[in-house]
Write a protein that binds this ligand. Structure first.
Ligand code: GDP
Length: 521
């Protein structure tokens, strides 16, 4: 999974808890987040203006220590759920706000269900205790039913009575958060590695372009780092904290507003720091491709490559990229489907760069050249002349298949580290059909001009019409120069070729080949 490798145990240091405030509407989540923000004991730099960037960090006194806590500044469990749906685990602890005058409400239960489902410990803030009719004990009693038993009732959940409006109990609440974190969680991260984390909020700013608030979860994010965030990428031009102050680096659990992305990421998108802008662009494109595949999967087409793309993101991938060309859309799809379903081991990546119906064109070869190890698969199709020349010149690997299982076996072998098959097809020659002769008992014989190489008797042959293989696995069973049998006929000469295919037509191309054992490297 994303970012699991944090290096040596010795590099792990304590990080602040990340807290989300949840609860029923109007129970005081927003007011509480404002009240907490004001408790910050660390003086801000002069001139900073409080900004709502989606999260903030405060420093508080706890057992004679200065401790930091990060709060996600978008109240409610919608954001929490949306991020979780994207696989982002942002929250360490949830504060469940319940108004003491209103008690447990439907959204209170929803919120606690979400927190429990995510395995996030809960601290209950019983709010509005300043109000007439406030009954904090009733809240405790009500929540017992949902498995949240207050410490004073013999349970393990901390309940704190507060008034967000009158600033009562806020310090106690922060205390409870830190006690819960210390008792139930092991919050450590490696600040020495390249940063990884999650986008919490992002938008397009008129003056500054795409801006994103990211939460650093591991490593340290620095100005100048190249990052990928979802399908967006770029170089960190500047970072601002919640006070609008510009900062140079952000350590684990620190939320920062990042400037310099080329697009707006989504809330819950993971970000990672990569070696350079080129890599960032590549990964962003891979993620886009992965998303397309995931979307396809949703629309009913099965795909098994998601895990592979995940690993590719980590940058340890030796992937095999394919360009698939085929005679009809059915075969292209069937082949692609089958290839993507290959049960790949851990060290294997396969990606289809492009797939289409028709002969292999210069475009395909160019595409393969752009990705240095891309292989072109021709399923019952052949390259156009210029495409073949280009591929030969540039050393682009083109593999021809006419049977799906054969393609799969070979690609599977390639994926397992044997890119070369044991036998490879060696092109012998091509001949163009000029006339067709009907020969009694033998069948149709092609009067042909040898266009390239040699036509050799008993070699394998196939018929190509308009760039498409229309018959394969044939054999050159008869070969004649004028009236005489010949064993081979070379380029530029005419001959009669019999391959046992009666539907042969003028302008068809006969291609001959041999299967030769591939020397092991
Ligand atoms: P949210 O919908 O959960 O974000 O709730 P808000 O923070 O917007 O608060 C809803 C209303 O309750 C607002 O009018 C707040 O001023 C009020 N409120 C919030 N906390 C308290 C409190 O501790 N005491 C009193 N009396 N009112 C509060």
């Amino acid at each position: 999974e994303f970012g699991e490798d944090e290096g040596d145990e010795a590099d792990l240091v304590a990080r602040p808890p990340v807290v989300t405030v949840m609860g029923h509407v109007d129970h005081g989540k927003t007011r509480l987040l404002d009240a907490i923000r004001k408790t910050n004991v660390v003086a801000r730099e002069a001139g900073g203006i409080t900004q709502h960037i989606g999260a903030y960090q405060i420093t508080t006194e706890h057992e004679d220590e200065q401790r930091r806590i990060t709060f996600i500044d978008t109240p409610g469990h919608e954001a929490f759920t949306a991020m979780r749906a994207r696989g982002a685990k942002v929250t360490d602890i949830a504060i469940l706000v319940v108004a003491a005058d209103d008690g447990v409400k439907p959204q209170t239960i929803e919120a606690l269900n979400h927190a429990q489902a995510a395995d996030v410990p809960i601290v209950v803030a019983v709010n509005k205790i300043d109000k007439e009719g406030a009954d904090p004990n009733k809240v405790r009693a009500q929540l017992t039913e949902y498995g949240l038993v207050a410490e004073e009732y013999g349970g393990s959940t901390l309940f704190v009575d507060i008034s967000a409006k009158n600033d009562i109990g806020i310090e106690n609440l922060l205390e409870a958060v830190l006690l819960t974190a210390d008792a139930e969680l092991d919050l450590r991260a490696n600040p020495t590695m390249d940063a990884q984390g999650v986008a919490i909020e992002a938008h397009l700013d008129k003056g500054r372009g795409p801006v994103a608030t990211v939460l650093v979860q591991r490593g340290t994010l620095r100005v100048g780092d190249s990052i990928v965030c979802g399908e967006a990428f770029g170089r960190v031009r500047a970072m601002l904290d919640e006070n609008g102050d510009s900062i140079e680096e952000a350590d684990p659990s620190r939320p920062v507003l990042v400037l310099g992305l080329t697009a707006v990421p989504g809330a819950g998108d993971n970000f990672i720091v990569v070696t350079d802008d080129r890599m960032a662009r590549q990964i962003a494109q891979q993620r886009a491709a992965r998303k397309r595949i995931a979307d396809m999967a949703k629309s009913g087409r099965r795909r098994t490559l998601e895990e592979i793309f995940n690993e590719m993101e980590k940058g340890q991938a030796d992937e095999l990229k394919l360009i698939i060309k085929g005679d009809v859309s059915g075969s292209v799809e069937a082949l692609e489907d089958a290839l993507l379903k290959i049960d790949v081991g851990e060290e294997v990546r396969l990606r289809v760069l492009h797939r289409a119906v028709g002969a292999i064109t210069e475009y395909d070869v160019n595409l393969a050249m752009a990705d240095d190890n891309a292989v072109i698969i021709g399923f019952n199709v052949r390259p156009e002349v210029r495409a073949r020349d280009l591929a030969e010149r540039e050393g682009v690997d083109i593999r021809y298949y006419s049977v799906i299982y054969q393609a799969i076996e070979e690609i599977e072998a390639a994926l397992k580290g044997m890119l070369k098959p044991e036998f490879e097809e060696v092109q012998m020659g091509t001949a163009e059909v000029r006339e067709v002769f009907k020969v009694p008992k033998i069948g149709n014989i092609a009067g042909a001009l040898v266009r390239s190489g040699l036509i050799v008797r008993n070699s394998k042959a196939r018929i190509i019409r308009g760039g498409v293989v229309i018959s394969d696995n044939l054999t050159v069973s008869s070969l004649r120069r004028f009236k005489d049998d010949a064993t081979e006929v070379r380029e530029g000469y005419e001959c009669g070729i019999g391959v046992g295919y009666n539907d042969i037509k003028v302008d068809d191309v006969i291609e001959t080949f041999e299967m030769r054992e591939k020397p092991r490297v």
